[in-house]
Design a protein around this ligand. Structure first.
Ligand SMILES: Cc1cc2nc3c(=O)[nH]c(=O)nc-3n(C[C@H](O)[C@H](O)[C@H](O)COP(=O)(O)O)c2cc1C
Length: 232
């Protein structure tokens, strides 16, 4: 945090990450936010049953894809009491699972959604391989239904061309190393977000920090950049 001003604006960050991609994005956003005098409280959603990454086999990965399509909940541990305090902004970050928010985030919204989000301002952060629209519309409408204002949203997709992106994510989840497979290697350099995207996430954190400390609206912030959302 810079300067000597005591932070007056409070931000809660709720995050779930299965394969470290959301975690990396949020870490970078926090670096950017910390350039401003804001008080951050960060909470990781912890599933009651440990979720193993990679899933490990093709059949188990297919099964997970199917159950997540039907929005299977993944129960989570209780949140720390600090999450239920008053905040000026709540950032809710997590991956897309079969076009939907992830199971732990859905469990959070079912159990604590009303208490957390009623009359609050929320910005969702989505990490996905590329299909984010349904997740974005869904989470925005769920949050609004809980009484939150959703002035904006941040979406990051994996910067890999299709069909390699989808194949690469599937192989990675199934426990393979697509970056090293001879037929994949020419098309697929890396699973997940790049360091350039993490720098962009940091910049988005700065934008939020500046807006919240200067009392500017979040609606006007442009997060739909080419670096964040890859369009092949
Ligand atoms: C079960 C499952 C289903 C997924 N379904 C989608 C999907 O429908 N659309 C998409 O763009 N990405 C999908 N993904 C990919 C993740 O959203 C992506 O890899 C994300 O960056 C992971 O973030 P995390 O590491 O924070 O969990 C899926 C991943 C998993 C594990």
């Amino acid at each position: 945090m810079s300067g000597t001003t005591a932070p007056s604006k409070r931000i809660l960050i709720l995050q779930y990450s299965f394969s470290a991609q959301t975690r990396n994005l949020v870490r970078s956003m926090v670096e950017g936010l910390e350039e401003y005098p804001v008080a951050l409280f960060r909470e990781r959603l912890t599933p009651v049953e440990e979720q193993h990454f990679p899933i490990g086999t093709v059949p188990k990965t297919l099964k997970k894809m199917i159950v997540t399509l039907f929005r299977q909940r993944v129960p989570i541990q209780p949140l720390s009491p600090q999450c239920f305090e008053e905040y000026d902004l709540i950032i809710l970050a997590g991956p897309t699972w079969s076009y939907n928010p992830s199971g732990p985030v859905l469990s959070l919204l079912d159990r604590d959604g009303e208490q957390l989000f009623h009359n609050q301002v929320a910005i969702p952060v989505i990490s996905c391989r590329g299909f984010w629209r349904m997740h974005w519309w869904g989470i925005r409408s769920l949050l609004k239904g809980l009484g939150a204002t959703v002035p904006n949203g941040i979406i990051f997709s994996h910067p890999n061309k299709e069909p390699w992106c989808t194949i690469g994510v599937f192989l990675k989840l199934a426990g393979k190393v697509p970056e090293k497979m001879s037929w994949m290697r020419p098309h697929y350099k890396k699973y997940g977000h790049t360091t350039i995207q993490l720098a962009e996430a940091r910049r988005f954190g700065e934008m939020i920090g500046r807006a919240i400390t200067q009392g500017e609206s979040f609606e006007a912030l442009d997060f739909r950049t080419k670096l964040a959302i890859y369009e092949g």
